[in-house]
Design a protein around this ligand. Structure first.
Ligand code: NAD
Ligand code: TYD
Length: 341
């Protein structure tokens, strides 16, 4: 491993991974390849922009010609694929881009990677491929039951990775992370959305009864997990990166308000997300056996995250304009109008 292509490296988790890899492995060259969609943000990479072992290339993972050019230009031997459309609500409004990036993009990267003779291909995936799990913990061999267009696209990408391993003998590894939170997360996902809205004393739209359960993983733990599995994961295998911090959405919401010293009267119960999965929960046993452990307890991670949004308005205020406001209208206007306290 010497020249690593990190796709989607200008996004939330991808940029944490790039920052981690650039500083931890001065002997590696880290090339970030990103289309810079609404969710991609070059500000996320400012901490490494002057480092010698870091390069940025703008491009689409589904654009074969550009992928080929970049693989050749940097003699890439390893690909870590974070690039994705990643927001469930947007996948319900408009699934097209999800198929393009999460399915076709994964395929193009695998296919060009194979032709180029790369070594390891690491696919960053999600616990959402398992779908709703009423009780117990999802294990790596459990069946896929994705419920949203986002989850189905990620499952499709994973299946293509499996096929390239079995059919062409490609060296692959798949990571399945749980709901991730931390600094630099686009403020449409639950925690950064609610933290930034609450800072402005705006209503927090909780879907349904707020009793849905998510398992929360701090972003730096996720990035270290991908590093560990990239280096130590067995070829052809998938590994859960579970936070093992299960929380009800409403409790997460209350905790955000507590950290900010804001009143619970900001909470609004709004009509539920369509096809909303009630609960995600995984075991991290398999990744733990390779030496990975999450370090952040939820309370510590949440406080650090909310404080970061409090201290870094320069980062998120400029995002909450233009297209963001259009999405907000489509997603929340009618819901908030139909809300209850
Ligand atoms: P994000 O939306 O913050 O970032 C996605 C990045 O991919 C952006 O920089 C965007 O510009 C880039 N991108 C999108 N389409 C592209 C394309 N066609 N070509 C090149 N680049 C493109 O997402 P994130 O939260 O950082 O998630 C990263 C990965 O981790 C995704 O694959 C996601 O499925 C997975 N994941 C996320 C979570 C989570 O809770 N956020 C949990 C588990 C797994
Ligand atoms: P989200 O951050 O979108 O992640 P995911 O859908 O991938 O789990 O949502 C986390 C949980 O919070 C999910 O159960 C949906 C819920 N949620 C709300 O109740 N209101 C909101 O405005 C958002 C964005 C999410």
């Amino acid at each position: 491993m010497k020249n690593i292509l990190v796709t989607g490296g200008a996004g939330f988790i991808g940029s944490a991974f790039v920052r981690h890899m650039v500083s931890s492995y001065p002997e590696y060259n880290i090339v970030c390849y990103d289309k810079l969609t609404y969710a991609g943000n070059i500000d996320n990479l400012l901490p490494v922009s002057d480092e010698e072992n870091y390069r940025f290339e703008r491009g689409d993972v589904a654009d074969r010609k550009t992928v080929e050019r970049v693989l050749n230009r940097y003699a890439i031997d390893t690909i870590v694929n974070f690039a994705a459309e990643s927001h469930v609500d947007r996948s319900i409004l408009d699934p097209d881009a999800f198929i393009h990036t999460d399915v076709v993009g994964a395929y193009i990267l695998l296919d060009e990677g194979r032709k180029h003779g790369i070594g390891r291909f690491c696919q960053v995936s999600t616990d959402e491929v398992y779908g709703d799990i009423e009780e117990g913990l999802s294990k790596e061999d459990d069946r896929f039951l994705p419920n949203s267009p986002y989850a189905a696209s990620k499952a499709g990408g994973e299946l293509m990775v499996r096929a390239y391993h079995v059919t062409y003998g490609m060296d692959t590894v798949i990571t399945r992370g749980s709901n991730t939170y931390g600094p630099y997360q686009y403020p449409e996902k639950l925690i950064p959305f609610f933290a930034t809205e609450a800072l402005d004393d705006r209503p927090l739209p909780v879907y349904g009864d707020g009793k849905q359960i998510r398992d929360w993983l701090y972003v730096d733990d996720h990035a270290r997990g991908v590093d560990r599995l990239l280096h130590a994961g067995k070829s052809g295998e998938a590994y859960n990166l579970a936070g093992e911090n299960q929380r009800h959405n409403i409790d997460v919401t209350r905790r955000i308000l507590q950290v900010l010293g804001k009143p619970e009267s900001l909470i609004r119960y709004v009509p539920d997300r369509e096809g909303h999965d009630r609960r995600y929960a995984m075991t991290a046993e398999k990744a733990r056996a390779l030496g990975w452990r999450r370090e952040y307890e939820f309370d510590r991670g949440l406080e650090a995250t909310v404080n970061w949004y409090m201290d870094n308005e320069w980062w998120w205020r400029k995002i909450k304009t233009g297209e963001y406001l259009e999405f907000y209208q489509r997603q929340y206007a009618a819901r908030l109008a139909a809300s209850s306290l």
